[in-house]
Design a protein around this ligand. Structure first.
Ligand SMILES: Cc1cc2nc3c(=O)[nH]c(=O)nc-3n(C[C@H](O)[C@H](O)[C@H](O)COP(=O)(O)O)c2cc1C
Length: 232
């Protein structure tokens, strides 16, 4: 399987380590590709809306493309972020800002609707829930149907500082998550995703789009004629 790790930090601390432990525990001959932000996408969205017309017009397209291509080809996404000020890290937020054209409200990628994702966040004490919710919202609107969350208040500033008993718990939980990810076949698409996709399709039909390009994209995919991105 192809696994892509999107790390919302450059350093390899507690959050990265937990994500990597999960990736390494997934059975089979897997290919793991890692991206780190800001290292691999050191930009903020310019708000130019060029991506709405044509993603290749984004000023940061060449850097973005490598990451988007890897995501497109991936079976599993592992998104890691330390909890910073109760939320996801700024570099990870910036990555999601730079890919907002891939949301269901615009031009979602078909492949997203058959992916599994894991969100990992650690904190010193509080905020993992809100940090993971930030990421979950973005993945949901990109169409990912199966999202598993693993958050922990590790009470540490780095991986070495995490207590041994906590590392045991992490290992056990990582085993459980890795097993869930190993299950063959596409994940089922839940009612919430189906509802949101249909709503967005209705908006495209009514012409409530951000650009005619979006409506053409939905038409080309057959999504305005009853086809769904999760159909085989
Ligand atoms: C800028 C910054 C903001 C932080 N904000 C919070 C926070 O809101 N809540 C919390 O419990 N810990 C907070 N922390 C602590 C980290 O979330 C915690 O140490 C985390 O485990 C670090 O993960 P890492 O080892 O992957 O870097 C913050 C740390 C930094 C550097």
């Amino acid at each position: 399987m192809k696994i892509v790790m999107l790390n919302g930090q450059n350093h390899k601390g507690s959050t990265y380590h937990i994500g990597r432990i999960i990736a390494d525990k997934i059975e089979g001959e897997n290919e793991i590709t890692e991206f780190f932000f800001p290292r691999d996408l050191n930009h903020f969205c310019a708000g130019c809306y060029m991506c709405i017309e044509d993603v290749s017009l984004c000023p940061f397209y060449s850097e973005k493309k490598k990451i988007i291509d890897a995501i497109d080809a991936a079976d599993i996404l592992i998104v890691t972020t330390p909890t910073y000020c109760m939320h996801m890290s700024a570099p990870l937020k910036s990555f999601f800002d730079l890919t907002f054209d891939m949301w269901m409200s615009h031009r979602p990628m078909k492949s997203m609707f058959s992916k599994k994702a894991v969100i990992v966040s650690t904190s010193a004490g509080a905020g993992v829930k809100s940090a993971m919710k930030d990421v979950e919202d973005c993945l949901f609107y990109m169409g990912v149907p199966k999202i598993i969350k693993f958050g922990m208040a590790v009470q540490a500033m780095n991986w070495d500082g995490v207590a041994a008993d906590k590392k045991k718990v992490i290992d056990k939980k990582a085993d459980i998550i890795a097993k869930k990810l190993c299950s063959k076949g596409k994940p089922s698409v839940g009612i919430k995703t189906r509802f949101m996709f249909n709503m967005m399709g209705m908006m495209q039909k009514k012409g409530w789009n951000s650009s005619q390009v979006e409506t053409e994209y939905w038409k080309e995919n057959g999504w305005l004629d009853g086809k769904k991105p999760w159909d085989v």
